[in-house]
Write a protein that binds this ligand. Structure first.
Ligand code: 13P
Length: 255
């Protein structure tokens, strides 16, 4: 972590929880927020529980995020959700281009880019995910894959817009597998992403953008990952589903 950037830990609940457990977990996190320290914390529940969680964290520093959004403002797009709807229920963040959306639901960099521009236009803070598959890492293609996702997903963004986003590096092979990237493996990609920001924009943008690591982050590996100079927080899946598992990661980010 660096002194310039406030650490940011977000819980991606994915397609888990129900209304009662969402409300209970959000209330538990909100109650613990007094001891968070200097770290931003957000939870990203499934769409049907956004309003439930918004109510439970209301007035606390715990922020709300969504896991996806559609780029069109309104209309005949059955099953989709707009940026205005997310803002209306109290979202500040939206996760875009998660690998599960890229690889299971078929989202392309162009799709991510349309959503990113719409989210920024609306005033949401996007968390843009990038990450390589295991066969790409083994073929020595990690740098190339990350650069292509970066360029495709961030196409057309101005420096002012880019400085407002969060990037999450989530190696696909580390997601939900218990196989965490080593701090060195993660730091290498985070440093590459920061130099892509500097080359494409400038040093100020590169210094401002927070880059989270995601992929099997747990209480026992969070401190070593977050101790790297270019790792500014975590995007947490499995370990965000209970306060016992999530709060120590927030603590590690604060210290
Ligand atoms: P896990 O923490 O369960 O590996 O999931 C990471 C992730 O995909 C967060 O977006």
């Amino acid at each position: 972590m660096s002194d310039q950037r406030k650490p940011f830990v977000a819980g991606n609940w994915k397609m888990n929880m129900d209304a009662a457990s969402s409300r209970a977990l959000a209330a538990e996190l909100a109650a613990a927020a007094g001891s968070f320290g200097d770290v931003d914390v957000a939870v990203c529940p499934p769409f049907p529980y956004l309003a439930v969680v918004a109510e439970a964290v209301n007035g606390s520093p715990v922020e709300l995020g969504a896991q996806n959004v559609y780029h069109e403002p309104k209309g005949a797009f059955t099953g989709e959700v707009s940026t205005a709807m997310l803002l209306d229920v109290g979202c500040r963040y939206v996760i875009l281009g998660h690998s599960e959306r890229r690889h299971i639901l078929g989202e392309s960099d162009a799709d991510v880019n349309r959503k990113l521009l719409a989210a920024l236009d609306a005033g949401l803070c996007p968390i843009v995910c990038v990450g390589e598959k295991i066969e790409q890492r083994e073929a020595g293609e990690t740098g190339k894959v990350i650069r292509e996702q970066f360029e495709g997903s961030l196409a057309g963004l101005s420096a002012a817009q880019a400085s407002k986003i969060v990037i999450a590096y989530e190696p696909v092979w580390a997601i939900g597998t218990g196989k965490v990237a080593t701090p060195e493996q993660a730091e290498e990609v985070h440093a590459d992403l920061r130099s892509l920001l500097e080359q494409r924009y400038n040093a100020d943008v590169a210094a401002a953008v927070r880059i989270q690591y995601g992929g099997s982050v747990k209480a026992d590996n969070a401190a070593s990952l977050l101790g790297q100079p270019n790792i500014d927080g975590a995007l947490v899946g499995g370990a965000s589903l209970t306060a016992e598992a999530f709060l120590p990661i927030v603590e590690a980010a604060a210290s």
